[in-house]
Write a protein that binds this ligand. Structure first.
Ligand code: SCA
Length: 169
């Protein structure tokens, strides 16, 4: 059973490029975010997920989106900002969130050329982010990110350094 599932599991990273199949996945991901992040305004979620300067790493099983992470790469600054991260309710705590983050790090380093991630984590997600290697201490020089990401009430700014060599996937 596990092998069957592994066989049709895939991780993709894409943005709103007008390809039908990609649009269907992004809409599915938007719906997961809307349900799992009830404090986020739905219009805001739609706007960022569909924004062409954001990318989404998604885990797809069969042809159905199970979860994903939407981020904005600031290539000139070599960091990315994670906007949303969620796994659909009945698939949580099965390891997908961790695998997703590892695919994100690999893609961000090897394709976007990033060295760090920043995110405003909400309180109940801090534990998850710590397990993914994020810290509440911000080591990245302020002039690399100040003015790029906006302050956000009720969130805790967290940082993750991407290892330059480690194979993440
Ligand atoms: C999972 N873990 C947590 C946790 N969720 N620990 C503390 N707090 C949580 N909320 C732990 C697991 O027990 C496991 O630990 C490890 O983290 C990885 O588990 P996993 O199975 O890989 O995680 P999974 O459930 O697949 O995904 C985690 C995730 C999901 C948080 C994405 O549970 C989810 O969608 N939750 C609801 C939405 C959410 O809170 N999203 C993050 C919001 P062990 O390895 O020790 O077993 S923050 C966000 O989107 C940014 C937006 C913003 O600014 O707020």
């Amino acid at each position: 059973k596990r092998e069957e599932e592994a066989g049709n599991l895939k991780f993709v990273c894409l943005s709103n490029d007008g390809i039908d199949e990609h649009m269907v996945w992004l809409i599915g991901l938007k719906n997961i975010f809307a349900r799992q992040l009830p404090n986020m305004p739905k219009e805001y979620i739609v706007r960022l997920v569909m924004d062409r300067s954001h990318k989404s790493v998604m885990v797809i099983r069969g042809n159905v989106v199970v979860g994903g992470i939407t981020y904005r790469p600031y290539v000139s600054q070599k960091f990315g900002e994670i906007a949303f991260c969620a796994i659909t309710a009945d698939e949580q705590v099965k390891g997908y969130g961790t695998r997703l983050m590892n695919h994100l790090k690999q893609h961000a380093r090897d394709v976007d050329g990033l060295t760090h991630f920043l995110t405003y984590a909400d309180n109940n997600a801090v534990g998850y982010f710590i397990k993914q290697g994020f810290t509440k201490e911000i080591y990245l020089e302020k002039d690399r990110w100040q003015g790029y990401i906006k302050d956000y009430d009720g969130g805790i700014l967290m940082e993750c350094k991407i290892d330059p060599k480690l194979p993440y996937t």
